[in-house]
Design a protein around this ligand. Structure first.
Ligand code: ATP
Length: 701
């Protein structure tokens, strides 16, 4: 079984992997194929020799010769440990004798890790700060004092220096600058400056003068917070946020009272446009689309059209701004229809092209039309990007070792780990909570992550209730340390201070996604690092990144695993007077096996946990099948070795009856379902919209 791939799913298991909406509801009943058909092996660099078929077999119960007990990382609970034979117990410390299991070796029959011949490319650079202060902009003195005393900022960033005067002149603009370069204030300052200066003083009951659209709820909250701070001296201007997750009734009540600067996710606004009579746009002077390309990615294009039509019906003249760190063809199209004679602002440091000129700011009138202009991205200079190649079997231990290395042995580390689906986030979050926390001195399972002072896990994804999402966002934001496991819901625009590491455990599906994920660190000139974890068969992705002027340097898997040598909690118990090995590769491998065993113990502690791990594996495969066509030669389900991937879910054997063969059909079905009016209505009523790709990958807002 370990070698079986591409098996069909049917019955209850098929329902378990049926594509879901953000709230976890099945999108539509789909016809399942009645018969299971096995796919033949196809050549792949992940395919190990035939021997592997015998590796992961459940053996009949056999009395262990030496009494063995559960391992935790503390290293003092176990009596003996054998990587081949051991008993299983629950993560909560309750011992439970199980049949003796024979596990496959983590380090045998893995595909070879290829040498990475990465092309070194010259990355685009932007200068973050300028020497100029906000005083030079001619802003209201109270606004300046708010910026300097409340926000504690003195000099402008490049994008602010370039955008604010243009926007104060009344021009439309398409603004592109690297992540964490201060784009939010680049539009908030001119909006507040112009609204406070209006001759007839704004009344709350006037309704919106400015409308800011953002793709996610967390970003809506964050932008609202910034606007609120800037408005401190101008108490007559009222900001407000609409973002779903809150009762529509209370949002309606706030709209009725009046909101002058309205920040919203597109879906929720459309909802109100259709159902709330109190929403008026006759006074709108500003329309801002922040993270414009993401708004389109998430399938909000229709919603944007509804909003533009509603605005145009009531007011013709307004200033429009589109902002993002990355631009897509869709944004250029959107710019064409929503911007009037715009200025295109791009903050690229061209000093390496013009040896005697300083980093300068490009202020172009023409919008970037060619894919070349769009496809190369500036990355903060203070961001060190890494990649590591890890065979599928070793992915989980490698991730855990990296987390332990940073968060247990180094000070003040704050990390975000990106996964491709809500299910994957939930799985790894729960697994780490029940296994890794016990190693750091916390009283084992059923403990809230915050119970451990050394390791703290949080998670954020679209299947969570809004109150929980907000609480996690706030907690991680204010925390000095911790590990946030999340979907791409946290990839855009979120300004989470002091994040030191970004891990991409699931590779992104586009360079833009890559840029935004890593952009959660190294913000506003701070230092930060990122690590992309790839399988050996995915090594070519490094070249794909290089074609977008993205440079990554390699960290060897062995170096990541070597951290296990620092913690005797992973040590294999020696029998009798047996001398401990020197901490060479052999000992590291043994310790990695101990770590893997802890995961497997937890996963196999009950039928429920096994089935939960299988569902997570299904979600992984489903997500893997949805990489865009241009990346399919790198990420193709056929190159996955199911038995090996299963191991990275703590499963000792490749589950039967997993289906990946009907993905294509399902994808088509999903697209048509999502485009149907019924689905649009459903998603606007119950959930924020997800693009077809994201629903299929299980990602939701
Ligand atoms: N002039 C400034 N001086 C110091 N800090 C600033 C300045 N402008 C903005 N910041 C801070 O920089 C951080 C990043 O700003 P912001 O979130 O606006 O970046 P961004 O360009 O929108 O990033 P992304 O593309 O990821 O959305 C914020 O914490 C913000 O408060």
């Amino acid at each position: 079984m370990a070698g079986a791939r591409g098996l069909l799913l049917h019955g209850p298991e098929a329902r378990a992997v049926a594509p879901r909406t953000c709230s976890g509801m099945p999108l539509a009943p789909e016809r399942r194929q009645a018969k299971a058909t096995k796919r033949k092996h196809q050549g792949s660099s992940e395919a190990p020799p035939a021997k592997r078929r015998h590796e992961t077999a459940f053996l009949p119960a056999k009395k262990p010769s030496v009494k063995e007990t559960q391992r935790t990382f503390k290293g003092n609970t176990q009596k003996t440990f054998s990587p081949k034979k051991y008993s299983v117990s629950t993560g909560g410390g309750k011992q439970e004798e199980r049949p003796c299991i024979k596990t496959s070796s983590l380090f045998k029959n893995n595909p070879e890790i290829p040498e990475l011949h990465r092309p070194v490319v010259k990355q685009e650079r932007e200068q973050v700060f300028t020497p100029e202060s906000f005083h030079e902009l001619g802003l209201h003195p109270h606004l300046i004092s708010t910026i300097t005393t409340v926000l504690k900022m003195s000099s402008m960033t490049s994008v602010q220096k370039q955008s604010i005067p243009v926007l104060l002149e009344g021009r439309d603009a398409l603004v592109r600058s690297q992540t964490g370069s201060g784009k939010t204030l680049a539009y908030c300052i001119p909006v507040v400056q112009s609204l406070q200066a209006l001759k007839s003083k704004i009344q709350r009951s006037d309704g919106p003068y400015a409308l800011v659209l953002v793709p996610t709820r967390e970003l809506a909250l964050q932008s609202f917070d910034t606007v609120q701070k800037l408005l401190k001296p101008f108490t007559w201007i009222v900001p407000g946020v609409l973002m779903g997750g809150e009762k529509r009734k209370s949002e309606k009540a706030r709209l009725r009272k009046g909101i002058n600067i309205l920040i919203s996710t597109p879906g929720r606004l459309v909802d109100h446009i259709k159902s709330t009579k109190n929403i008026r746009f006759s006074r709108i002077q500003w329309l801002v689309l922040d993270e414009a390309d993401r708004i389109l990615d998430l399938g909000f294009e229709k919603d944007i059209t509804v909003i533009l039509n509603a605005l145009n019906a009531e007011c013709q003249k307004r200033q429009n701004i589109l902002l993002s760190a990355t631009l897509t063809e869709g944004v250029t199209r959107l710019a064409d229809i929503s911007l009037h004679n715009p200025v295109s602002i791009s903050v690229l440091d061209k000093s390496h092209d013009h040896s005697n000129t300083e980093g300068r700011v490009a202020r172009e009138v023409a919008l970037p039309q060619t894919s070349n202009e769009r496809d190369s991205f500036a990355i903060p200079e203070s961001l060190d990007q890494h990649v590591t190649l890890v065979p599928s079997k070793l992915r989980l231990v490698c991730l855990a070792a990296f987390v332990l290395q940073k968060c247990k042995f180094e000070k003040d580390q704050k990390m975000i780990i990106f996964f491709s689906s809500c299910e994957l986030v939930e799985f790894h979050y729960t697994l780490f909570l029940h296994t890794l926390l016990s190693s750091s001195g916390a009283p084992a399972s059923r403990q809230l992550p915050s119970a451990s002072s050394r390791l703290k896990f949080l998670r954020l994804h679209g299947n969570m209730k809004q109150e929980e999402r907000t609480a996690v966002f706030q907690e991680f934001s204010h925390s000095k340390t911790g590990v946030l496991l999340c979907t791409d819901v946290a990839a855009r625009g979120l300004d989470l201070p002091r994040v030191t590491w970004i891990i991409q455990y699931s590779a992104p599906s586009s360079p833009a996604e890559y840029i935004h994920r890593i952009g959660r660190t190294a913000r506003i000139g701070c230092r930060g690092s990122s690590l992309l974890i790839l399988a050996p068969s995915e090594a070519e992705y490094v070249n794909s990144l290089a074609s977008h002027k993205i440079n990554v340097s390699e960290i060897k898997m062995a170096d990541i695993l070597s951290v296990l040598a620092r913690d005797d909690g992973f040590k294999r118990k020696q029998r009798g007077n047996q001398k401990s090995h020197a901490l060479g590769p052999q000992e590291i491998q043994e310790r990695a096996t101990v770590l893997q065993t802890v995961f497997e113990d937890y996963v196999h502690s009950s039928k429920r946990t096994v089935s939960w791990a299988k569902k997570a594996l299904q979600s992984f495969i489903r997500a893997y099948a949805t990489y865009p066509r241009e990346l399919k030669h790198i990420f193709h389900v056929r190159s996955l070795h199911l038995g090996h991937v299963a191991k990275s879910f703590g499963l000792r054997d490749a589950p039967r009856n997993l289906c990946v063969t009907s993905m294509k059909k399902r994808k088509t079905n999903l697209r048509s379902i999502m485009q149907s009016p019924a689905f649009c209505l459903l998603r606007s009523r119950h959930t924020p919209p997800c693009p077809a790709n994201e629903v299929m990958r299980g990602i939701s807002q």
